[in-house]
Write a protein that binds this ligand. Structure first.
Ligand code: RIB
Length: 310
């Protein structure tokens, strides 16, 4: 069994700010950090740091070579990452004094992946392998359909949630990782937008349903999928058919939440592949994410297996 993460690789530029900039406002940043990110690369890093053999597929420019070195240092196989003449994807991240963030993405290589490259990568994977996807690269529908045809198990993290998500063949996903907002939108459990155009979510979404109801809606819509719903300080929930489980975070100082969900995804999958039952895997993944948010950065902040597995 092989694990392939087909996703984004970004250069993260994190600006420390007093507050997230408002429309028309110019503010100064007290710190600037350049680091490795991208939801795809982060999830590959989390899997590798958790001790899993993992392949990364994606596309970067020359400016992103340091991402490859870092991923390789964690043990990620990067031979399916294509190089091109343009720029690597970038994330402009504002991190405020309350450790909240706000992110602007530039697609770069993530938007330049070709259909032919997708076919070439997927040709090397087969029945029983797992593919892990997010929503930061192009041609996700082709990847999902081809992967399913070849018998791969599909794990989808529909993040960031936008109008492209509902156009995907979501029913092909075997495992779905969502946060509260994505879960509410996908499950149609959000008060303001009861399912009509869920991608047009207001910034200050208020859930009218408790998380258990969001989970019920998701398992109703995706009856065959395993659903992981992350809920920040409230831990994480699992739903599959009638089965429900809950994981708890470990109380740690919150310094930077960037990549917390990616850490959870990688560690939950790794824990399950190590044979842990769902309830234990949830706690392992919550613990890994709790450690990650107590440090600055995305993949560099993620713990290694020995810090997480007892
Ligand atoms: O999930 C966190 C990631 O989202 C960051 O590393 C940034 O690159 C954006 O893709």
């Amino acid at each position: 069994m092989k694990i392939l993460v087909f996703g984004s690789l970004n250069i993260d530029l994190t600006f420390g700010v007093d507050h997230i900039v408002r429309p028309g406002e110019t503010i100064s940043s007290g710190s600037l950090m350049k680091s490795a990110g991208g939801k795809g690369a982060n999830q590959a890093a989390a899997l590798a740091k958790a001790g899993m053999p993992v392949y990364m597929a994606g596309k970067i420019g020359q400016d992103g070579r340091f991402l490859l070195s870092l991923l390789e240092s964690y043990g990620v196989n990067t031979r399916h990452v294509f190089m091109y003449e343009g720029e690597t994807g970038q994330a402009i991240i504002q991190l405020d004094k309350n450790s909240q963030n706000s992110i602007v993405l530039f697609g770069g290589g993530n938007a330049a992946i070709t259909r032919d490259e997708i076919d070439r990568v997927l040709a090397e994977f087969t029945t029983g392998d797992l593919i892990v996807l997010q929503n930061e690269i192009v041609h996700a529908r082709q990847i999902m359909e081809t992967a399913k045809k070849q018998g791969l198990k599909i794990c989808l993290n529909p993040s960031p949630y936008d109008e492209k998500i509902e156009a995907l063949p979501l029913e092909l996903a075997d495992i779905l990782f969502v946060n509260e907002i994505e879960g509410a939108a996908l499950g149609g459990a959000c008060g303001t937008f009861p399912g009509a155009k869920p991608h047009k979510l207001p910034a200050s979404l208020e859930l009218t349903s408790p998380l258990s109801k969001v989970l019920d809606k998701l398992t109703g819509r995706f009856p065959k999928a395993e659903i992981l719903l992350t809920a920040g300080k409230d831990g994480a929930y699992y739903g599959c058919g009638e089965v429900r489980e809950k994981g708890e975070i470990v109380d740690m100082p919150v310094v930077d939440t960037t990549g917390a969900g990616d850490t959870f995804t990688g560690y939950f999958l790794a824990a399950r592949y190590r044979g842990l039952p769902v309830a234990e895997a949830l706690n392992v993944a919550c613990k890994a994410a709790s450690i990650a948010v107590s440090r600055k950065g995305a993949m560099e902040a993620m713990p290694f297996a020995q810090e997480v597995f007892a």
